[in-house]
Design a protein around this ligand. Structure first.
Ligand code: BTN
Length: 321
């Protein structure tokens, strides 16, 4: 149905088509047309809606310019091979397949749209077409499996620095690796590992950035908690520039990490964090507790001092600011 609606607008460029015309041509109700127009909006299509005239298609989802991205890249390994797809269930799944087939470190999968994007803690990740950056990076770090959370924090630092540098907005990191602007989420990172006998085989680092989403591209339930770089900066984001900057930042920090360990990454993370040295709410044994977020340790865990004076470590889950 969505394709048929777009095809009708393509056949009538720059013209208004009323709900009635569309429903007659596609043999469905006007409510069904309205619902599909909303879905198409979330996929990155833009419609002007005028009472009694109907809808006019005024914008299509944009496409990433991969040759231009490649020409910007100055990295040694990260992003040297890019696999770009228009639509996929999740870039994570495809990156895992490449990893199993022996793809090299740095292999990058990018999609314009994900139909089943994965978030942390089993959540779905909303990934409309042409508006965001939905990508998965294959890593083969030479570290023990239990060091993986450190790389999660490293990824957040790399992304935060890239966003600050290229988009010029004050993004901060909420533990462990959400990026926020003024309390609203603009990016999420999901690290998935493959291990054998406690030995780390590879990591797929999934990065989602709501680069160019407009308010109407967010489903209702996300509008209060999420925003985009475009909304916050008031400017369209050059996705190729941001991806290339992220890969550059990541590669530099990754080299530093392999040379000097987690200590310098931890300092950088702390400097960019918005969840340290303040009151937070977090989960302990399935219950919510409040306390003061004091520091992170070498395993990436958050150290929280509860009202009772007890000091606890939070290893996973969500914190509320
Ligand atoms: C989070 O819950 O905050 C993590 C979200 C990670 C989303 C990205 S988008 C690209 C990659 N593919 C996925 O399915 N998920 C990650």
């Amino acid at each position: 149905m969505n394709e048929q609606i777009i095809a009708l607008f393509e056949q009538h460029p720059d013209q208004f088509l009323s709900g009635e015309q569309l429903s007659e041509k596609l043999n469905c109700s006007r409510t069904a047309i309205w619902k599909h127009i909303e879905i198409l909006r979330q996929q990155g299509y833009m419609f002007e809606a005028v009472p009694r005239r109907g809808y006019r298609l005024i914008g299509r989802p944009e496409k990433l310019d991969i040759p231009s991205l490649k020409s910007m890249l100055a990295t040694k390994t990260l992003g040297r091979t890019i696999h770009y797809v228009d639509e996929i269930d999740s870039t994570q799944t495809l990156a895992h397949q490449f990893a199993e087939q022996g793809a090299e470190e740095g292999h990058l999968v990018i999609a314009e749209r994900q139909t089943a994007g994965r978030g942390r803690m089993g959540r779905r990740w909303h990934s409309p077409k042409g508006k965001g950056i939905w990508m998965s990076l294959l890593l083969r770090p030479r570290v023990p499996l239990h060091f993986t959370p450190q790389l999660t924090l490293l990824a957040a630092v790399a992304l935060c620095r890239a966003i600050r540098q290229t988009v010029k907005v004050e993004a901060g990191i909420k533990w462990p690796n959400d990026l926020l602007i003024d309390g609203k989420k603009i990016s999420g990172i999901l690290l998935e590992t493959s291990a054998e006998d406690e030995r780390l085989r590879y990591i797929v680092a999934g990065i989602g950035i709501t680069a160019n989403l407009e308010p109407e591209h967010f489903p209702e339930e996300l509008r209060d908690v999420a925003t985009s770089l475009r909304i916050e900066s008031g400017q369209p984001v050059d996705r190729e520039v941001l991806i290339s900057s992220f890969l550059q930042q990541f590669e530099e920090l990754y080299e530093l990490y392999h040379e000097q360990g987690f200590a310098p990454i931890r300092l950088l993370w702390e400097a960019l964090s918005v969840s340290l040295h303040r009151r937070i709410r977090c989960q302990k044994g399935g219950e919510y507790v409040e306390g003061y977020a004091e520091s992170i340790d070498d395993s990436g865990a958050l150290s929280v001092v509860l009202h009772s004076g007890e000091r606890i470590k939070v290893y996973s889950g969500e914190v509320e600011l």
